[in-house]
Design a protein around this ligand. Sequence first.
Ligand code: PY5
Length: 309
Amino acid sequence: MPTNKYAFFRGEIRPIAEAKISVMTSAFNYGTAVFEGIRAFWNAEEKELFVFRMAEHYARFLRSCRILFIDLPYGVEDLCAITLELVRREGFREDVYIRPIAFKASEEIGVRLHNLDSDVTIFALPFKAYLPEGGIRATVSSWRRVEDNAIPARAKITGAYVNSALAKTEAYLAGFDEAIVLNEDGQVAEGSAENLFLVRDGVLITPPATANILEGITRDTVITLAKDLAIPVVERPVDRTELYVASEVFLTGTAAGLSPVVEIEGRKVGTGTPGPIFTCLHELYEGVVRGKEPKYRAWCTPVYSAPAS
Ligand code: PY5
């Protein structure tokens, strides 16, 4: 059972039991909501919880809102302040996952985006690993990624996650840990809830923003870290069979972190163990998110103490 006590709901931080919506809510009927996944990481030495790239997450949240005509009376700074207050009230001293959702709140029949009330809720709960650690086995899904002209993948739309859920459960039922989803062009888009990177000839490659992917913040973090480490990075379309010949493949996401893929459809990736570029980026990432790397400290917002000026 989750141990979180509060949610931001209808403009206030309230007991979680009061944060309830009606079955008639438009977003519940039609999937007309957008969400974020944000993490906060506990640093035991500093006894501090750091929210990772919170402003970037809320900027994407508001971009998703824009696509669905969801008007909120809050900007990025307001949402960050509400989130810090919520997490502070919970008093967490462990890794945390924060889930904001903006939704079409009107209770009426009628599928549309216009002339409906919007609302926003935020809750946070303790969080551990999303994918098995040490290396995952993946399969290429028979489901295709949602198209930009059907349901835009760059907006984190709740209804679009039916696509992710179909792919994930198909993979699970076939005995795999995760699905790799191709787009309608037959090229690699991403995992069910993660972006994808591969390594060929020492070059880090990831599908471009136009491949029907979510423009992931962990993806951006990995690209930044790789460039700073002088690892060449290329954003370009990726063929399915490149997955079979890559020396390394890994997935990135807020929930998943950096997760190595060691087997794809019965073929070992490289040697079948996490590769050197993954390992190097992963070690750095784990320090960065906990505020242990001064160079990237600006990405980490402390929850309990005021940020150093
Ligand atoms: N692609 C999809 C389809 C995603 O859902 C996610 C994040 C990503 C990529 C990675 O994006 P980011 O690095 O910005 O997190 N998925 C959510 C997450 O919190 C939902 C997981 C249940 O990781």
